[in-house]
Design a binder for this molecule. Structure first.
Ligand code: UD1
Length: 417
């Protein structure tokens, strides 16, 4: 199993290009199920989750090729089997994003229930409730959701909580429904907007994406389109936090400052000097690194996917910070590993109390989930001496060539097989 070995304590300096967003690419690839015509998706990041999704779509009968401009072309002329099996769903929860499109296009779908995962229970009841409101019957058989419907019907759906993939699933299903669907309490994440833009390019009629009420007027059919995936705001935030934590000077290209304002605000609070342009961000740490509190919540608040990295940064900041997790019940698995590096962290319910220490020291640590792993990479970059991160396959699910990009910024980081 691959490991990352980091010799820490090096200041990050230089330029790096940000990849396409994993959490936008995954639903957009699923949108190809909604039309017989080719959908070409550009700026698709090379990640394990993307490969898993392409395998899943391929099994369903989607023809996949790469065009001369490195766009991934997906053609769902015929869907052979509207099935997402447990073997794939258990490795990637986002497989559930095939449920809405399959049901809308084929009138049936069999998608395995995701079950628990490292960061919490993560049910899909809101996806089910919304599709039922649109006329689907859904039963659970042998751990699979079996969904059936004639043409879906437009409906008013108000989700009990804000769910990103739930909003995306329902929005995709509604594009081909008969009549108007409104999704209230919708997720406002930029990835929902990116998916909506792709669907609109395919002929869907969608208003309000990016607000908490999305209105979709169903159409008879969608057509092919070409869409470029937005930049990854979590990868962007991770590199910025790494730069701040190492007192660095880093410029990120091919990104967008407007999609991570809450993170930029927090980094400024920590003492970072940040300049931005339409598609770049430059962070420079001059003076002290100050502790700053953070509370995760749905967009536009501070993202749960940046919580571990921000905590790592705070382990060596001046002062004490309170980091509160409100989205997932078990998303503090990186804490014990950061403590192994010498961090001073205690819990009070869903809040971690992080007392800044002068420095961390390298150790062997274990990655437990995708963003926790990113937090440990930051820990390793900060720590004096050698840190070995085991089980880095979690990291490969969501970060494209992370060790190569960090090396370009001067980090001493190697992958050991
Ligand atoms: C997405 C992101 C993930 C991010 C998360 C929160 C993708 C592929 N993944 O995950 O990186 O961490 O948003 O920003 O985009 N919930 C229910 N019932 C449901 C659906 C969700 O109770 O039917 C709960 C979840 O357990 C969780 C909360 O709602 O506590 C938010 O989850 P959700 O927004 O659905 O996360 P994902 O879409 O799975």
């Amino acid at each position: 199993m691959d490991k990352l070995v980091i010799e820490g304590g090096v200041r990050l300096e230089g330029e790096v290009a940000i990849s396409g967003a994993k959490n936008a690419a995954l639903p957009i690839l699923c949108a190809s199920l909604l039309t017989r015509d080719p959908l070409t998706v550009e700026n698709v990041p090379h990640l394990r989750d993307v490969t898993t999704m392409l395998n899943l779509l391929g099994q369903m009968g989607v023809a996949i090729s790469v065009d001369e401009k490195l766009g991934v072309e997906l053609k769902s002329a015929e869907i052979r089997q509207a099935v997402a099996p447990y073997e794939l769903v258990k490795t990637m929860r986002a497989s559930v994003l095939t449920l809405g499109p399959l049901l809308a296009r084929c009138g049936e779908a069999r998608v395995s229930l995701p079950g628990g995962c490292a960061i919490g229970l993560r049910p899909v009841d809101q996806h089910i409730k919304g599709l039922q409101a649109m006329g689907a019957t859904i039963s659970i058989e042998q751990g699979d959701m079996i969904a059936r419907a004639g043409r879906l019907k437009g409906a008013r759906i108000c989700t009990d909580l804000v769910t990103v993939t739930g909003t995306e699933n329902l929005m995709m299903a509604a594009t081909l429904a008969d009549g108007v669907t409104t999704i209230e309490n919708a997720a406002r994440e930029p990835e929902v907007v990116d998916l909506a833009n792709c669907l609109i390019a395919m002929g869907a009629r969608i208003d309000g994406a990016g607000t908490d009420v999305i209105r979709i007027e169903g159409v008879e059919r969608l057509h092919g389109a070409r869409h470029r995936v937005m930049p990854d705001r979590i990868e962007t935030g991770t590199f910025l936090a790494a730069a701040a934590a190492t007192r660095g000077d880093v410029r990120l290209e091919h990104t967008r400052p407007d999609i991570l304002e809450s993170v930029l605000d927090k980094l400024r609070e920590c003492g970072a000097h940040i300049e931005t342009g339409a598609d770049w961000i430059h962070l420079k740490m001059n003076g002290h690194l100050n502790a700053a509190n953070a509370r995760t919540a749905p967009y536009p608040a501070f993202p749960t996917d940046m919580q571990a990295q921000f905590m790592a940064l705070n382990t060596v900041a001046a002062g004490t910070s309170l980091i509160t997790e409100t989205i997932f019940e078990n998303r503090f698995m990186h804490v014990q590993e950061l403590v192994r590096l010498g961090a001073d962290i205690e819990f009070e319910g869903n809040t971690a109390v992080v007392k800044g220490v002068p420095h961390l020291e390298g150790a062997i640590v274990m990655a437990t989930d995708l963003r926790a792993s990113a937090g440990l990479v930051l820990g390793g970059l900060i720590a004096q001496g050698r840190t070995t991160i085991e089980r880095v396959y979690h990291l490969d699910r969501g970060y494209e060539r992370i060790e190569e990009k960090l090396s370009r910024l001067g980090a001493k980081i190697d992958r050991v097989r």
